[in-house]
Design a protein around this ligand. Structure first.
Ligand code: COA
Length: 204
């Protein structure tokens, strides 16, 4: 019945990016470059021109509409500020997705990553009916590892320098996993969420 285009939690709106978000996306990233560079390989290319942000949003939206990959913007409830970015990425095999995330520097430590990751976990299992969700965390990124730990994910393995592709550097990476059968009763399943489809129909 998915994908969920718009997801609402008590403090956040998590939705498919739109062209009019480009300026706010750029502001959020430009104000967070050092913070993001510490852990995200793509941030070495930041700050980048506004035209590039339009191009990225166009591709994210295209992939979203075609059901290829699901990159979301994270906003406050009024949708005035971009608080971060996340995704239900289609890159960890059949019947599974990977949640990735970042939060702008001035908004960390308020539980936003935990709140939107819980919401995406609910969407993955209850809307998309997947059997496994993963969160990958580079060894040493303790703030990030707190998120899957709090939501009931299990640290399944640490891969030594897995190859992420795209010519990015190789880091030892923790694989945190939640399976469909362990999802009911997990902290993630208790997150208050509304989810809406392409036509605005209620999914959750
Ligand atoms: C990782 C990131 C997304 C976390 O976002 P956030 O909104 O601050 O996360 P939350 O507030 O939901 O949770 C962070 C938790 O880490 C805890 N924490 C903060 N610093 C910590 C540290 N050095 N060691 C361990 N835990 C830490 C916080 O106390 C909080 O836990 P709590 O809610 O129990 O108090 C954000 O810091 C970020 O964007 N980092 C840069 C990009 C990045 O690392 N992305 C993840 C790639 S895997």
């Amino acid at each position: 019945m998915g994908p969920a285009y718009r997801i609402v939690t008590p403090r956040l709106v998590i939705r498919c990016w739109q062209p009019q978000d480009a300026v706010k996306l750029k502001q959020a990233i430009d104000s967070s470059v050092e913070h993001l560079r510490a852990w995200l390989p793509w941030a070495v290319n930041e700050p980048e021109p506004l035209e590039r942000k339009y191009e990225r949003i166009r591709h994210w939206r295209g992939d979203f509409d075609l059901g290829l990959d699901f990159v979301y913007g994270v906003f406050d409830r009024e949708e005035e500020r971009v608080l971060g970015g996340t995704g239900l990425h289609n890159r960890v095999g059949f019947d599974a997705r990977e949640i990735g995330y970042w939060v702008r520097a001035d908004s960390i430590g308020r539980g936003f990553a935990t709140e939107f990751s819980a919401a995406l976990t609910r969407v993955a299992f209850e809307v998309d009916n997947l059997s496994r969700v993963e969160i990958h965390v580079v060894v040493g990124n303790e703030r990030s590892a707190t998120v899957p730990r709090k939501l009931g994910y299990v640290h399944e393995a640490t891969l030594r320098r897995p190859h992420p592709g795209g010519g990015t550097p190789l880091y030892d990476t923790m694989i945190w996993t939640l399976f469909a059968e362990k999802y009911p009763g997990s902290p993630a399943s208790a997150q208050a969420v509304e989810a809406y489809g392409f036509g605005g129909e209620r999914l959750l």
